[in-house]
Design a protein around this ligand. Structure first.
Ligand SMILES: Cc1ncc(COP(=O)(O)O)c(C=O)c1O
Length: 404
């Protein structure tokens, strides 16, 4: 008999267990009203467009699509990604782009590239659990910065940069889990500090296109003027994905960074998976091209924006007054804070009995805390289910706020 437990590497013990994974399992059950994962609405997947794209790719380029391909990614898709950032004034070229297997792989590769055990990284608190999980295996030390509705409190960064962190990880748009957006002023401050101290910014941006109100704010990488004729060569490593705007099952994401960083990431990616699925990349390109992506995003913004409104209005009507929550201008999530004495995990036990799922917030706090918080997703359930789920949750919360 193999003693598996005795064989696992020491690093494995530093990876936090995934509350999210357990939650995602729950979402498979049809009757559960699912406010837990960051799942897009499946009825909005553009299946006809995918069918046509698959057909075209296999008919015209089938032999290429089913073959191994370069680690950097499918060239037309790399160019499309570079073009997507041009309206913001970013001078990205193909050499600045690496296609990854979802944006989650980007986080993993950047951790591999930059982190030795014990290195310090600066993260928002709370922040995206999936990133913490992927950094954990490198055994970094987390330095946390709080945020408010204008995003990360960047004025607190200068003294932290004195400790020479390897990078600062930030989600400027409709942050996961809070839904907050980093203000323009703070973006400028962040870039200025990164340049002054030589600390890279890792910008995670899956949600910027899903904007329901407010002005379009350029990504942090676009505010970093360091671009020349040779392409982008600044302080920001940016990553994004088709997961939320087309389909997560594609597993197609990308990194935009200085070409020298891309080259290092390419070497590491080769060791990880050789390349992202050729078929997925070619299909993603055919689906997204000729303005389809923008059109589709327009539909998503309308429908998800309405779902957000339905959730907020129903919360207003049914949640007890001791409970507060964020009002995101885009993205997929809002974040709820309960009175100090109420544990979100205990609420979840009751809520699951009533077939409503959400994610308790504490896993998003790298330095602990947040036991009285939880995250709600509003993209996956239809409006009538959102109303029903929030009504059930409201009744449960009222009981907790009164009796505990
Ligand atoms: C902030 C953030 N980054 C990255 C990801 C992972 O995206 P992908 O499906 O492209 O791996 C998610 C998914 O929920 C996310 O919320």
């Amino acid at each position: 008999m193999v003693d598996w437990l005795g064989l696992y590497s020491q690093r494995v013990s530093s990876v936090r267990s995934s509350a999210l994974r357990d939650m995602l399992r729950l979402t498979q059950e049809a009757d559960v009203i699912c406010f837990s994962g960051g799942l897009p609405a499946p009825e909005l997947f553009p299946i006809d467009r995918f069918r046509e794209a698959c057909d075209l790719v296999l008919t015209v380029n089938g032999r290429q699509a089913l073959q191994y391909s370069p680690t950097e990614g499918y060239a037309p898709l790399r160019r499309l990604v570079a073009q997507m950032l041009q309206p913001y004034g970013l001078r990205a070229q193909e050499s600045n782009v690496l296609i990854t297997t979802g944006s989650q792989q980007a986080t993993d590769l950047i951790g591999r590239l930059l982190l030795d055990s014990g290195d310090r990284i600066v993260v928002e608190s709370p922040t995206y659990l999936g990133a913490l999980q992927s950094f954990d295996i490198r055994q970094p030390r987390y330095t946390v910065v709080a945020s408010d509705e204008d995003g990360m409190l960047v004025d607190e960064l200068a003294p932290l940069f004195r400790m020479r962190p390897k990078f600062v990880y930030v989600l400027p748009n409709y942050q996961n889990p809070t839904g907050f957006t980093l203000s323009m002023e703070r973006r400028r401050t962040l870039v200025a500090l990164a340049q002054e101290w030589g600390v890279p910014v890792l910008e995670d941006d899956p949600y910027s296109q899903l904007r329901y109100e407010g002005e379009l704010i350029p990504p942090v990488i676009a505010l970093d003027a360091a671009g020349g004729n040779g392409g982008y060569c600044g302080s920001v490593v940016y990553h994004s994905t088709f997961s939320k705007v087309l389909a997560p099952g594609l597993r197609v994401g990308w990194v935009v960074a200085p070409a020298e960083v891309i080259q290092q990431l390419v070497d590491l990616k080769q060791g990880a998976d050789l390349h992202t699925s050729t078929l997925s990349q070619m299909v993603a390109f055919e689906v997204a091209r000729d303005g389809f992506l923008d059109e589709h995003v327009g539909r998503l913004r309308e429908i998800y924006g309405h779902r957000r409104d339905v959730m907020l209005q129903t919360m207003e009507a049914h949640f007890p007054e001791e409970v507060t929550w964020t009002r995101p201008k885009g993205g997929l999530f809002l974040f709820v804070t309960l009175p100090d004495h109420v544990r979100a995990k205990e609420v979840l036990v009751e809520s699951l009995r009533r077939m409503v799922a959400f994610v308790p917030g504490e896993a998003f706090f790298p330095a602990g805390g947040g036991e009285n918080t939880f995250r709600l997703n509003f993209s996956n359930a239809k409006p009538d289910r959102i109303e029903e789920g929030i009504r059930r949750l409201g009744a449960i919360l009222k009981a907790f706020c009164v009796h505990n």
